[in-house]
Design a protein around this ligand. Structure first.
Ligand code: GLN
Ligand code: ZN
Length: 776
């Protein structure tokens, strides 16, 4: 049988014990030297390459490491740092690197992914990893600063490893950037000709340094690309191929569709495809790709943590291998950056659940098994058979497990499917609005907040002590009640109209609910890099979801008992819970979303029964769940909005349902947002100075809106007049009778003094508006 080789597109860089995170934070606090930071980094690389080789990979991947972010690495590599970071001054490269990433560092630790002076941060395709956005204009010039990367290649060579270097391809690099301070009509694609010679030089250097292969990542081949970008690929790669290095172009995360033949005919030595997300295209790629080229098949899911069905994978591979006369590589679908390091750090998981999972290290072991199974080596056959048998048994236990399949949930889903009213409120919005106004008796321009109040260190310490067993449940409850009472009192003093309990008891808006729902599991160390030193530990949804008991009612009821003003119940929506978890792969995501929706609807009902008149269901992740290909948006938005509606539909007409979203680009999904049919939506808009409201106005968003009137991502306290100005603008495009007054997101990352000061100004702004704007 044909000999296959194995590699991976990339490996997590933060370290099994988050060594990089801690080293970075020590360095930023000024506690350690640059040399110490670099030593940690170099040790991590060495360890990660060693791990890759121990699992039989034929090359280690070099260039996937970054102290903060790999896109930022490329900005320095190609010398296109914006001048404001001191590129022309005396700052050291590392100082400039962290300046691009963190600005003045003011926001480190607040979790808001924002920073005034730093480069803008945005999501890496449809993952939860954030990269820093390169800035381009017609005056951008490039220069090659390859020492760091070449040093890494030398490190790997010195350790005796065969090397495959990895770079962002030039088109993806430009695509990920944005124009800034550019002349009208300028497109960053115009820079390609200027950039390519530097790539060529780099490829020659990499080859000379001993890299056997260079992987050029062009995941944008999986997007709906404008023609100008598509057409740029062939000439660009024709040029790069002249450098004499062996190039493999890597695509991932999406189907290639109209770009299959383009990807296959690029003048390079190999192509990597994502055989998980683009499984349906594998056969045609195998047909189209010229026989002499390497076909790298990403058969193991790099985006999720489920153990691979090795038998099924072999069955997929065999016909492809039979067809290809040229070399075949096996790989993970994409870089392993998006999964936790290893299950070895999870002694708390029970054996059954653990047997269903595979993190980065376990995925390397799976690759080794597949490779061995495809080789004729008799020596390994015993081990291979054992490995396959284990995988088979794990899969069978997962398929049959009563922890996964719950007949009650299945029956409820069938019921939901047959009952159209299950996703519809009782009456249309106009009628509900009337009933709600009668019930709530709110003033014009009602004021509220988004849910959380400052998560003070006292709160976090109390929770930590409780989790360690040092604080009794009783005492913890009392501590949280004290916080809630404080939040309620403060809001009353400030004169807010709709109050919240403040979410003191929540560590995280998804984890808090996941911990109380059936079908969820949590790891102790399953960290995944979100950006820079920040990691998240996504819950694992392994089974049918249901809510054994009320999750928030006690806290909300208590808060309501302290005030005569309406207390807003606060829930996380089904799409956001789904989006920020590792989701089971044995049923459609939409089905899992619907199960979560049913659980949330149970909570809505219980809150309502407890007398709560306003309930907010947060969906900050609705937009980021959009598929990469537009042709799939509708299908997604269909089930996503339906899930939200199921969670809200149980509410009586007189119960006011709010939702909250925090991102700037709404306009392309406005119809879907309207389809949620929330009575009130609060959104981020202060930073874009109400610009986005234009979209809501021209679309004639039918329900009530609270455009954030101040930016909670900074400790700055905006003046009342500033907020009045924003509200006047808003009142011009949205009927004033539909307008709410609120900050643009939750306040958990803020401190109390600035929070109270800003809210005081906000309440004053609403009062001012009430005196000057006529309500129609
Ligand atoms: N209710 C949540 C809070 O206030 C909403 C957070 C969010 O939008 N990400 O913290
Ligand atoms: Zn928000």
């Amino acid at each position: 049988m044909k000999l296959v080789q194995t590699h991976i597109p990339g490996f997590p860089r933060i370290g099994a014990a988050r060594e990089l995170k801690f080293a970075l934070e020590r360095f930023w606090r000024g506690e350690t030297s640059e040399a110490a930071l670099q030593e940690t980094a170099s040790n991590l690389r060495a360890r990660h390459w060693e791990t890759q080789r121990q699992h039989g990979l034929d090359f280690v991947t070099v260039g996937d490491f970054a102290l903060y972010d790999h896109v930022t690495n490329h900005i320095q590599l190609f010398g296109c740092e914006p001048a404001r970071f001191g590129f022309n001054g005396s700052e050291s490269p590392l100082a400039r690197y962290f300046a691009m990433a963190r600005g003045d560092g003011a926001h480190e630790g607040c979790g808001c992914a924002q920073n005034g002076a730093a480069l803008e941060m945005t999501k890496w395709f449809d993952t939860n990893y954030h990269y820093l956005v390169p800035e381009f204009s017609e005056s951008t010039s490039f220069e090659l600063y390859s020492k760091r990367l070449l040093d890494e290649v030398s490190e790997a060579r010195a350790a005796g490893h065969p090397v495959k270097a990895v770079l962002l391809g030039p088109l993806t690099f430009l695509w990920l950037g944005k124009e800034r301070d550019a002349a009208p009509g300028f497109s960053r694609l115009d820079l390609l000709d200027r950039l390519l010679p530097h790539y060529s030089r780099l490829l020659m250097q990499l080859r000379a340094a001993g890299a056997d292969w260079v992987q050029l990542d062009e995941p944008i081949l999986g997007l709906d690309l404008p023609n100008a970008w598509r057409n740029a690929f062939e000439p660009a790669y024709w040029l790069l191929n002249q450098a004499g290095a062996q190039l493999i172009v890597a695509t991932y995360f999406s189907t290639l569709e109209e770009n299959v033949s383009l990807a296959c005919r690029l003048p390079v030595a190999g192509l990597h495809v994502d055989a998980v997300r683009a499984a349906s295209e594998l056969a045609s790629v195998a047909d189209w790709l010229p026989a002499h080229k390497v076909l790298s098949i990403g058969v193991i899911d790099g985006r999720n943590i489920w153990r691979t069905d090795l038998d099924a994978t072999l069955a997929t591979l065999l016909p492809v291998l039979a067809k290809r006369s040229g070399p075949v590589w096996l790989s993970t679908s994409c870089s392993l950056l998006h999964v936790p390091y290893s299950l070895a750090a999870e002694p708390g998981l029970d054996d059954e659940l653990r047997s269903w999972l595979a993190c980065a290290e376990e995925k390397l072991a799976e690759l080794a098994l597949l490779k061995a199974a495809l080789s004729a080596d008799e020596r390994v056959s015993g081990n291979v058979a054992r490995g396959f048998a284990e995988a088979r048994a794990a899969l069978a236990s997962r398929r049959a497990s009563s922890r996964v399949h719950n007949a009650g949930v299945a029956a409820r889903m069938a019921e939901l499917a047959s009952d159209a009213s299950a996703s519809r409120r009782g009456s249309p919005f106009a009628q509900r609005q009337h009933l709600q106004r009668e019930r709530l008796q709110l003033p014009a321009f009602p004021t509220t907040t988004i849910g959380s109040f400052p998560q003070t260190s006292e709160i976090r310490l109390a929770r930590a002590a409780f989790k360690r067993g040092e604080l009794s449940a009783q005492d913890y409850r009392q501590a949280m009640r004290t916080e809630i009472a404080h939040a309620v009192r403060t809001q009353e003093e400030l004169g807010l109209d709709v109050l919240v309990h403040g979410e003191a008891e929540r560590n995280d808006m998804v984890e808090y609910f996941g911990e109380q729902l059936d079908g969820f599991a949590f790891t102790a160390n399953g960290w995944v890099q979100s950006y820079g030193s920040r990691c998240v530990k996504p819950p694992i949804i392994y089974g049918d979801v249901q809510r054994p008991r009320a999750m928030t009612v006690g806290w909300t009821e208590y808060a309501q008992s302290l005030t005569a003003k309406p207390m807003k119940g606060m829930l996380t929506g089904p799409v956001t819970i789904l989006q920020w978890s590792f989701v089971r792969d044995d049923q459609a995501r939409g089905e899992t979303a619907q199960q979560i929706a049913a659980a949330i609807s149970d909570e809505v009902r219980d809150l309502e029964n407890a007398g709560i008149a306003i309930i907010q269901i947060d969906e900050p992740a609705l937009r980021e769940g959009l598929p990469l290909r537009r042709s799939r948006w509708d299908a997604y938005l269909d089930w996503a909005t339906k899930a939200f509606r199921i969670s809200a539909a149980v509410a009586a007409d007189a119960t006011q349902i709010h939702t909250h979203m925090c991102y700037a680009e709404f306009n392309d999904i406005l119809p879907a947002i309207a389809a949620l049919d929330a009575d009130v939506i609060t959104i981020e808009s202060s930073r874009s100075a109400m610009e986005l409201l234009g979209g809501f106005a021209s679309f004639r968003y039918p329900n009530e809106i609270g455009p954030g009137v101040y930016d909670i991502h900074s400790p700055r306290v905006p003046g009342s007049e500033e907020m009045v100005e924003l509200l006047r603008k808003a009142a011009k495009v949205v009927p004033p009778a539909q307008l709410w007054v609120n900050p643009d997101c939750g306040l958990k990352t803020r401190a109390w003094p600035e929070t109270a000061a800003a809210l005081q100004n906000m309440v004053a702004a609403a009062q001012k508006l009430r005196t000057e704007v006529e309500l129609s």
